[in-house]
Design a protein around this ligand. Sequence first.
Ligand code: AP5
Length: 216
Amino acid sequence: MNIILLGPPGAGKGTQAEKLVAERGMVQLSTGDMLRAAVKAETPIGLQAKAVMEAGQLVSDEIVSGLIGEKLDSMAKDAGAIFDGYPRTEAQALSLDEILKSRGRSLDHVIELEVNEDALVERITGRFTCAKCGAGYHDTFKQPKVEGVCDVCQSTEFKRRPDDNEETVRTRMAEYRAKTAPILPIYEARGLVKRVDGMAAMDAVTAQIAAILDGK
Ligand code: AP5
């Protein structure tokens, strides 16, 4: 099964993708994570992407579609793919069609997380991750069980994304409205779009997605 998780910054795409990986053995293809890894490793792509990401704008279509193709090629052929943060433009949506077709894959669902943008600013500016294992937390919604200690790997070091300040979040949302939301009709015309209430509690969102994947 191959699915797209679509929604503005902070909608919960990464959170739900992590759950699908843990519960269904699918593979998460997050272009944001791939780009952040490239920035950290100071690869040519990372050096090109760093300033664009910190400004909240979109990295070039060619770069991200290239990353997606490489990642798919590294996966087991029968592993399901969760596209998280990709596609984000019409050009990327068309590239994804080609990428999937040439690898004998097709899309099963495009799941749109419907959310209230004002609430998302709080979600994003409050989030942090374990600097060692990457487990995600939030100042209000998901604190570590023991304060200052990662639940997963017990590290005491945490970090925040440089693009998670309010000004950049507003730019990222404007980019979503201008360039990403307009791709929904492409998938609506194919009958692939399913909507879930992304403002519900995390587990309730997971349950809505599970019902879609299980055809209930
Ligand atoms: P990317 O990393 O994709 O960021 P994004 O789309 O802005 O999405 P986020 O990761 O911020 O949010 P999310 O929906 O995953 O939410 P999360 O689950 O973390 O992209 C970053 C940048 O990379 C882009 O700006 C661009 O520059 C570049 N880029 C990436 N892909 C690209 C592409 N295809 N083309 C061009 N450029 C690209 O949740 C947020 C917080 O809310 C968490 O703390 C979580 O714990 C909490 N939370 C989640 N769900 C709930 C819930 N139901 N209730 C309460 N809290 C919740």
